[in-house]
Write a protein that binds this ligand. Structure first.
Ligand code: HEC
Length: 109
């Protein structure tokens, strides 16, 4: 019986470790993106309003950006008129970038 308990605990710890390797998109969004783009993707945070960010719940806003553009903006940053508007998030893996795209798509109402 004692062993079974240990196996169960070990499995739970392994699962937790797997999550720690690549943060799930919802977590990346809330820690890296939400302060500007908003937890809800509307861009209505204090900074978001100042930067005039787009509302990702709007269908037309979503339609105007391709998955590739979202990945490019996130991994390479956004430059407008030679000025860096958003920094590049180089720490994100390809898998994390793809999941962030899916996360952003879910904001569409
Ligand atoms: C410091 C504020 C800030 C943070 C943090 C931030 N962004 Fe941005 N983001 C911006 C600004 C500013 C733009 C450029 C808006 C424009 O076109 O003028 C932008 C643009 C984008 C775009 C291009 C489409 C668009 O809305 O113009 C995507 C996609 C994007 N951000 C995704 C993300 C993701 C994903 C994260 C987190 C990994 C993130 N952003 C974090 C400020 C931020």
């Amino acid at each position: 019986m004692k062993y079974i308990k240990h196996i169960a605990l070990g499995t739970a710890m392994l699962a937790a470790a797997a999550f720690a390797l690549a943060a799930p998109a919802a977590e990346n969004w809330s820690t890296l993106c939400a302060k500007c783009h908003g937890a809800d993707g509307k861009g209505q945070t204090k900074i978001g309003k100042k930067l005039n960010l787009k509302d990702y719940t709007q269908a037309d806003v979503q339609a105007k950006m391709t998955d590739e553009e979202i990945i490019k903006a996130t991994s390479q940053g956004v430059m407008v008129d030679g000025k860096e508007k958003m920094k590049a998030f180089k720490e994100l893996s390809d898998a994390e970038l793809k999941e962030l795209v899916a996360h952003i798509r879910k904001f569409k109402s």
